[in-house]
Design a protein around this ligand. Structure first.
Ligand code: GLY
Ligand code: MN
Ligand code: MN
Length: 437
């Protein structure tokens, strides 16, 4: 880990421990490895909370934070060095590496955790832990508490209070540091290159998975994987919100919707573009596209400090309903389409979500009964769409199979916002020009 990263992770732990207060302990397991089939595992991706506080990505590890502990506040349990195992499965940091490279004050082999953790727990009044996320680890924790109870007659004492760790930590994760914005920007720049490449390569007759391969090529050659399985949906498939099958042929005259983002250093990009397979929008496609684009620009303008979480969504819905009414896709005024919620036949999802280490990132959307106010440092997506599936009731068939979403990633700043994915073309003319290259 480089110096800048070490400093960043140490600062996060300091801030989190300040909020926890002395006399408390936080326990965070890395996510378990998961079997894909028989003896093949899924590629390992460490839990985001765990990574956020450590930058450590080995499985079978546990972070323990104890603010004010004399012998060190940050304890990392991890696998021991083992030359035999390392020949088969790769290098391990070991306890020395955990301290030298990852800033742990103390590190123990994970195999010793049952002997050590009860002793640490019984010194604390308050335990921060995400109960219910990892059932196997929950049962370990219960086992350690039982071990303490067995010793009550020798003066041992179980902690008074269990607190859900997520509220504190996820509120912290919602506000991105400068370092985090840089990591996100890298993920987004790589994703922009991938989307541009896919747009340039797309031709009628290609398969959706061939276009997906162009995206993955750019992700992989930048040392990244994907933040979520790519959606590459031509024609009718563009109207399926979570389409990831990507097995159909791309037809002349259809649109292609691509929703794809790279993951860089555990930070996600999330970009959607929709464009004509043959490089030229038809009249109907262009008309709907312009409405979605106008809705997206209106929602982005509403993304600023002091606005409520729902404001960009309301702006998008208003603009979409105006467009639907104006083009006559559905009958009735925009007010009517909104009041009756008829617009939801064509736009059935929300306009965005927090974005960070998880694509649908953590952080509360409401504070009490109120929608949250946007504040500088928050990153969110703005992604309105319109999905006119075949046989949509009351819609003329010339609009069928037009599925459009336009999604950018936006940082709330002091002055307003910054579209971090602005380098990805989205005007009709710019898309047609890029595809003609
Ligand atoms: N790619 C998932 C989403 O846009 O929410
Ligand atoms: Mn999204
Ligand atoms: Mn998306």
């Amino acid at each position: 880990m480089n110096k800048a990263a070490q400093k960043e992770y140490a600062a996060r732990r300091r801030q989190f421990m300040r909020m926890m207060g002395e006399g408390s302990i936080a326990i965070l397991p890395a996510s378990p490895e998961r079997v894909r089939n028989r003896d093949v595992d899924y590629p390992y991706r460490v839990d985001s909370d765990f990574y956020y506080l450590s930058g450590f990505r080995e499985p079978e590890s546990v972070i323990v934070l104890m603010p004010g502990r004399d012998h060190g506040e940050f304890i990392l349990f991890c696998r021991e060095k083992d030359s035999e195992q390392e020949i088969w499965n790769g290098r391990r940091a070991g306890q020395e590496g955990a301290m030298a490279d990852y800033g742990a004050d103390d590190s123990f082999p994970i195999s010793d955790i049952d002997d050590i953790l009860p002793g640490l727990l019984e010194k604390c009044e308050k335990v921060y832990y995400a109960i219910g996320c990892d059932p196997e680890f929950d049962s370990h924790l219960l086992g350690w508490l039982k071990a303490i109870r067995r010793n009550v007659r020798s003066g041992a004492r179980t902690p008074d209070e269990f607190v859900s760790l997520e509220h504190l930590l996820h509120d912290m994760r919602l506000f991105k540091s400068r370092y985090e914005v840089r990591q996100l920007q890298t993920a987004m720049d790589i994703s922009v290159r991938a989307h541009k490449r896919a747009m340039r390569m797309c031709r009628p007759g290609m398969m959706e998975y061939e276009v997906e391969a162009e995206l993955l090529y750019e992700f992989n050659r930048a040392g990244c994987g994907f933040a979520y399985p790519s959606i590459v949906g031509g024609g009718a498939n563009g109207c399926i919100l979570h389409y990831t099958n990507n097995r159909d042929e791309l037809k002349d005259g259809d649109l292609l919707l691509i929703d794809a983002g790279a993951e860089y250093d555990c930070y996600a990009a999330d970009i959607t573009r929709t464009f004509p397979v043959n490089g030229r929008f038809s009249g109907e496609q262009k008309a709907v596209y312009e409405v979605v684009l106008e809705a997206q620009l209106a929602a982005i303008r509403a993304t600023k400090p002091g606005a409520q979480w729902q404001d960009p969504h309301h702006m998008a819905v208003r603009t979409l309903a105006d467009g639907i009414s104006h083009l006559g896709i559905l009958k009735g005024s925009a007010d009517y389409l909104i009041e009756t919620e008829k617009y939801r036949q064509l736009y059935m999802h929300r306009t965005g979500h927090w974005l960070g280490m998880d694509v649908h990132d953590v952080g509360d959307y409401k504070v009490g009964e109120e929608w949250r106010e946007l504040e500088p440092g928050m990153v969110l997506t703005v992604e309105p769409g319109m999905y006119i599936a075949k046989d949509t009731p009351d819609v003329d068939e010339r609009w069928w199979n037009i599925g459009i979403r336009i999604e950018d990633d936006v940082l709330v700043t002091n002055k307003g916002n910054k579209v971090l994915t602005h380098k990805m073309p989205k005007k009709v003319r710019d898309i047609e020009e890029l595809m003609a290259e």
